[in-house]
Design a protein around this ligand. Sequence first.
Ligand code: ADP
Ligand code: MG
Length: 623
Amino acid sequence: MALLQISEPGQAPDPHQRRVAVGIDLGTTNSLVAAVRHGVAECLPDAQGRVLLPSAVRYLGGGRRLIGFDARDTQAEDAANTLVSVKRFMGRKQADVAGADKLPYQFVDGAGMVAIATRDGIKTPVEFSAEILATLRQRAEDTFDSDELHGAVVTVPAYFDDAQRQATKDAAELAGLNVLRLISEPTAAAVAYGLDNASEGLYAVYDLGGGTFDFSLLRLTRGVFEVVGTGGDAALGGDDFDEAIVEMVLRQRGWPVLATHSANDKRLLLATARAIKHDLTDADETTHTLSLQEHGPLSARVTRRDFEVATAPLLDRTLSAVRRVLRDARVKPVDVQGVVMVGGSTRMPRVRAAVSELFGREVLTNVNPDEVVAIGAAIQANALAGNAKDGELLLLDVIALSLGLETMGGLVERVIERNTTLPVAKAQEFTTFQDGQTAMAIHVLQGERDLVSECRSLARFELRGIPPMVAGAARIRVTFQVDADGLLSVSAREQLSGVEAAVTVKPSYGLADDQIAQMLKDGFSHAEADMAARALREARVEAERMVLATRSALAADGALLSAEERRDIEALVDATQAIAASDDAAAIDEAVKALATGTEAFAAARMNQGIRQALAGRKLEEV
Ligand code: ADP
Ligand code: MG
């Protein structure tokens, strides 16, 4: 099978007919759209001159809805029907989302992923995201006075798995966008800083957004960023800093903690805290007043010093996650050549200072941290649309977890290793285990472990109609193909007969990112245990294969043996079968060897007979 092909950028046919392509950062808290105009990538503003679009939709009923600031700023009025931070639910089941029970939503576990019941019916994360994306598409079309966008590059977190990427792509398509490619957020940020043209080596991306913290370690080699490590906390972001302010203010006032307030008062308290936090990025102190439905008026005065003390534990959690990623990758902070700061929360002066301290170098902050991901995506989109100048590199992403197939004995044969650059297609040949086998079960798995039970099942399908042959004669070529967006399809083809079957893997829901991290970690720490388990399983499979093969040979050609020879072989077969059930890989190997030796003469006799028959057959044909 040919490698999946992606056309690299060439000059647009007519330089005056530039194709308009945009980059979109579909964020948990805020989303943006950017494009290259007059050779410079910049974020596109709305009619009021604002580039951020809060990722918020308020459903008003009768199909009417508010999107962006209008939704976010009025969420206190109707928290249950105002959806925010929905990216956490993309491609996930409710049980996979930490803290979902604390949100003011009515969740419905729908087919594939969780959805939310609103006044306007049930909304999936895909539909919600499509509203945001369509708003940004409209903005781009208004800006360029064009109703034909060539396409968009949409960013996703580096740890997003297949299901989450597919959900993002579905949302973009639902919004009428032609998705040129999905790229990872840290890669986009690195591109925005032009690091793809910088010297090869290690770069770090520290992304503290509204609700999530992501840290990625990238290695640049020949224009390709490889994700060396990812980490972070899917439930830690600017929102937690807001909460810390609220709790501090309530404590000072002697009022009960945030959790005890009504949904709408909670939203009001949090919105005020966010305003206080933003003020403190530039000011040393600030005062805001608000009026709660239950407890009445409140005037909150907060100093930067108090704020930094109250939120120090949150900052420390991000730094621990950074150190963990560095440690796992065996990288020292000084080995990192550049640290990119991403996300609105990296505006906080204390955050910048702490990260600089950890790495012992100035961090990169001169590209606006809200905009940096969208800008990098726009640069990629421009290149993919064929507008880039010659020599501009296209960046490629890598797959986060290895992909493989289940083989006999519950083992995983890896077909594509993790960190392979996308797109990629790889094929491997497999064969049948039993004589006359006409079907083969193909089980596609993701993970770093050797045992099927420890990996994640992505898909199963069957290849049927294999012509009956002796075990091991069929040649089944299984091809794994992962496209540039990280989406997988698998096909299997029996080479002699040409029968084939294929599946596009669209898993119904994804893994939590900490599950991915855990799977990666387990893969490394269990490597030894896995090797022992693999040895045992392989020994068992070999024993079973020998037992089966010998029995079928006895059934077919037992007549070639004397009664005594036959008894001896049967005894060896029984012994092998008995010991195959034990946990002693060495003993099983021993028994298999004994069986092989004990059947050598029989095998030779069968072969002679086979040759005689073949020759006899030839003569007949010739006659
Ligand atoms: P996401 O990637 O999750 O969509 P963003 O990168 O847009 O998020 O970051 C949003 C967060 O940044 C919010 O918590 C917001 O309060 C915070 N933020 C934005 N500007 C500032 C500022 N000047 N000071 C402190 N925090 C800020
Ligand atoms: Mg972001």
